[in-house]
Design a protein around this ligand. Sequence first.
Ligand SMILES: Nc1ncnc2c1ncn2[C@@H]1O[C@H](COP(=O)(O)OP(=O)(O)OP(=O)(O)O)[C@@H](O)[C@H]1O
Ligand SMILES: [Mg+2]
Length: 316
Amino acid sequence: MTAALEVEGLDVRFGLRGRRGGPPRFVRAASEVDLTLHHGRLLALVGESGCGKSVLTEALTGLLPGNAETRGRAALRPEGLDLLTAPEPVLRDEVRGRRVGLVGQSAGTFLTPTRTIGTQLREAVRLLDGPEPAEVLAERAGLPAAALDMYPHELSGGTAQRAGLAAALAGDPAIVLADEPTAGLDRPLVDRTTDLLVDLARDGKAVLLITHDLRAVRRIAAEGPVDLAVMYASRIVESGPAAEVFARPWHPYTRGLLGALPDEGFVPVPGHPPELSDLPSGCPFRPRCGSTACTDDPALVHHGDRAVACHPAVPA
Ligand SMILES: Nc1ncnc2c1ncn2[C@@H]1O[C@H](COP(=O)(O)OP(=O)(O)OP(=O)(O)O)[C@@H](O)[C@H]1O
Ligand SMILES: [Mg+2]
């Protein structure tokens, strides 16, 4: 497997306006995040709302707001350009759209309302020196040809997501980050979109799919080159080949998420995640866990191609 992007020890925190004279306050949206995107594989990133998934994509594309501080490394392979410290002109002219394509969480809102989808796609192809014409991109993204003549407000949510995906592919980036591209779609469209992302991986791209839809991930994991990373309260708590993690989840939070699937008992994880402005120093899942063997150490430890942040959970 060839790495396309290696994230190591990524911390992102946002400064909050505290009381005058009081201690500085922060929201920790990413803590010691390690993950690797490989050419030819799709990494599905799942976790409860607000755990830091979108912030991760913003950190990797230089789109964090001014009150954010980052630490760690996000190295683009092969040359190792660090996306966390690269100057904005490099990110703008060489990275975004050309090497890293981003389908944002509300892709439709990134489209200009007063110009047709076709005009915008053709412009993206021209600006990014894209190898494929707008019509081919539209077809690859599953966007109906008729949508090219439409304005953004004329598109359904699902079609707007596809237009966002087509635009993200315009510069033929080797890495595609898709933040909840299936939110709000019905099941057949979810399947088509996730199949499309798996096809991009099969074509050699490195794909990150952020989603709440574990059922969709389980479906593509059965046959595709799919990995899974589970995020909880700013940390990756488990990762590995998705089919293996589905068959044998190790972390209590992963077991809880999978147990909440409709055909796995439909039992939600009891309790609530902690406030990211008030994270405990040890394992953030401890108050919801109930394990009696807890070591309260949140470090992600690798075991072959799997990794987990709960040491008693690793089978002997
Ligand atoms: N500019 C900011 N200043 C302060 N806090 C922020 C800022 N941007 C994001 N956050 C906080 O960072 C945390 C992570 O947000 P993020 O949008 O990454 O969550 P998410 O996992 O993508 O959630 P969802 O599944 O709902 O999209 C949240 O607590 C959010 O409030
Ligand atoms: Mg999000």
